[in-house]
Design a protein around this ligand. Sequence first.
Ligand code: ADP
Ligand code: ADP
Ligand code: MG
Length: 461
Amino acid sequence: MPIKRLLIANRGEIAVRIIRAARELGIETVQVHSAADADSRAVQLADRAIDIGPPQAAKSYLNVDAILEAARSAGADAIHPGYGFLAENADFADAVVAAGMAFVGPSGDTIRLMGDKAAARRQAQQAGVPTVPGSDGVIEDMDAAKALAVDLGFPVMIKAAAGGGGRGIRIAHSADEFATLAPQASSEALAAFGDGGIYVEKVIERARHIEVQVLGDGTDVVHCYERECSLQRRRQKVWEEAPSVALKPEVREGLCTSAVALAKSVGYSGAGTIEYLYDDATGDYYFIEMNTRIQVEHPVTEMICGVDLVAEMIRIAGGEKLRLAQAGLRASGHAIEVRLNAEDPANNFMPFPGQIAELTLPDGPGVRFDHMLYRGYQIPPFYDSLLGKLIVWGEDREHAMARLGRALGELSVTGLPTTAPLFQALLASDDVRASAVHTRWLEPWLEENQHMIMDRGGAAA
Ligand code: ADP
Ligand code: ADP
Ligand code: MG
């Protein structure tokens, strides 16, 4: 049934993004919010806002009962979970459906299967998608796991099966280190995710992070090409682009086809992303995980494909079949996104929740800024530090970088430090200009170029 009234169980820039898509579809919006977000942009924009609890996420944005009660009282017929919070919580997806509403995302069972990163690896192998060499499922026996790690060759990664957002990953460089870290990783995973399951993967050195956007309606699946997100700090993405200039057409074809095969094998419904590591030296790619939700960096795909991914996922949740055929999905030009965080680049990227004093937004041709800011807005300290995302489109990568530089020059946020100076500095880097990067390129570069970032205005405001 087409959705008439959508509840948004999230906050920040993604809540604003969802409200916009819903409004364009003629759908009413209900924004739930914590006490700390009563003044948020999403609350201002939505048709209706409902307070669901205190600032702490556990008592508001993660409070399933309060969210379902808000949905019932507002007469919502669907819930969009955004990213983070409850977006990959299978029990929440089931509870929404049990309450007679549509969940904007895949079924609880699909989330359960793909959200267990060890089970997802097995699913990928069954679908014929290459995975990183590693353990067969979660580790049951520490001695056997240590022997496997020795076989794989160090360094190896110890990953939490329930991990996400760059958390729950450890690197072991020797058998001794493995013997110490693996049990630690397991008890930390239990504390952080309520699931102590861990698994092992060989570390792919100098790999690029490349991911494929898919859309499915439970029967058909199409891909919207790839994004490259190799510039990472603490395994979190800071700069993303589409397409990846590292892929030859035949590799792109193989990668995207494998993502469609995997999504089809689970009868995928909604928007999803299949993440891979890509080895430039050999041309090999390896599945690492699937995110069963909209991703932070989805706009770069929207810019090159001319698709509104959030609108499509809402339509699919309303029971529509895919409107897009693979043959009709063409990519054109190049898009780059940078994440504007309330963090101080001159102080080890310490989160810096402050008040927006003055704000000048970039615009003009090929520029999009998805954000939640306004003059005088006080950033609540309780949530992650993402303020917005600056996205640019150009005819090619060179043009996109020129636009990024121009748009960053127009952007001015005062009152608190942001990550903007980092991107000006990155644009000046020869490696970034040549896309000669990999997932562990950024961190050592930051160590060496601290002074340059500060010269560009990174000192605390
Ligand atoms: P994306 O995967 O969309 O590129 P991130 O990896 O930064 O972006 O994750 C998106 C958001 O979801 C972040 O706020 C991140 O902290 C959060 N997140 C993802 N997975 C989990 C998880 N398992 N537990 C807690 N937070 C998560
Ligand atoms: P999360 O669920 O936290 O997003 P991922 O499994 O997607 O975790 O990995 C996050 C990042 O860690 C990747 O983008 C990549 O930079 C790095 N990484 C993950 N697995 C490997 C690996 N086997 N070898 C090298 N780097 C890896
Ligand atoms: Mg990931």
